[in-house]
Design a protein around this ligand. Sequence first.
Ligand SMILES: Nc1nc2c(ncn2[C@@H]2O[C@H](COP(=O)(O)OP(=O)(O)OP(=O)(O)O)[C@@H](O)[C@H]2O)c(=O)[nH]1
Length: 318
Amino acid sequence: MIETLFKGLSTQTAKPRLLIVDDQPINIHVINEIFKQDMDVLMATNGPSAIELCKSQTPDLVLLDVMMPGMTGYDVCRALKAEASTQDIPVIFLTSLAEERDEIFGFQLGAVDFINKPISPIVVKSRVDTQLRLKLQSDQLRSIGLTDGMTGIANRRRFDETLDQQWRACERDRAALSLIILDVDFFKDYNDHCGHLMGDQCLKAIAQALAVTVRRPTDLLARFGGEEFACILPRTDGAGALNRAQQLLKVVCDLKIEHLTSRVSPVVTISAGAATLTPDRFKTVFELISLADKALYRAKEGGRNQVQVIIGPEPPET
Ligand SMILES: Nc1nc2c(ncn2[C@@H]2O[C@H](COP(=O)(O)OP(=O)(O)OP(=O)(O)O)[C@@H](O)[C@H]2O)c(=O)[nH]1
């Protein structure tokens, strides 16, 4: 059943993750028996642990007991919906409260369904399957909307969202944020000489090679514009950005894609502009982009097939 449920959801590589929250371990055990075969089951016996698990593990669905000592299920749901990183996780309440007003209250808090206790395994399974299908479909749609159709890497929209998020995270942690913009050298001549279809193939191969090189889970490679790529490197200083950019140039060179009309190399090369800033409230994300752009311009002016780095001003002392 679960196999057919998730058929066609190609972005789903691992088993779906279900978090069961109940202060009675025996109740968790009963529900775990229903799902342990098909899902990765996470468990929590109180509200604070449930919230922590949601932040660190981002389950695909939460089965949440309402009546718990200390933090109730309602409190947990409210907290999850108030936080950007957890607000899209669907919550199903498990409750022995049979009053309609309790259900209305739960829906107003953002729950997607209610299951009455004592539970019926078939009902729990059907309701969870339905909500999971919706969640995974919406994940897939979101992922399509954030992916560049031609190269399969992140698109400009995802780049903008991620840069904003990482800007705020690095500002909070007073950490350096680096950005590399990469541009294929003499790509107009490549297109003119080899044709647009070959040009597209070339961009796909470059994207693939760059993607393999961008390894840290918080780094992001995106298609920035036509033949431009960008790489966001959170918590990375100028030296780190230079190192990464040089590596990116090397992997493209190593592809050895013949470029007979390039004036710098017999094979396709790229130029890179890297910029590093420690974000603070006096700066904007546009400054980082424009510094990286300026560095890229210098790399082009300096002869192409090279990296230039610009380090932005340090934040003022507080
Ligand atoms: N095949 C293909 N070409 C594209 C795509 N997006 C942009 N281009 C082409 O990339 C070329 C970029 O040319 P320019 O900006 O003049 O720069 P360049 O020829 O690479 O020269 P330099 O950047 O100065 O080394 C243009 O001819 C665009 O049409 C695409 O998706 N596919």
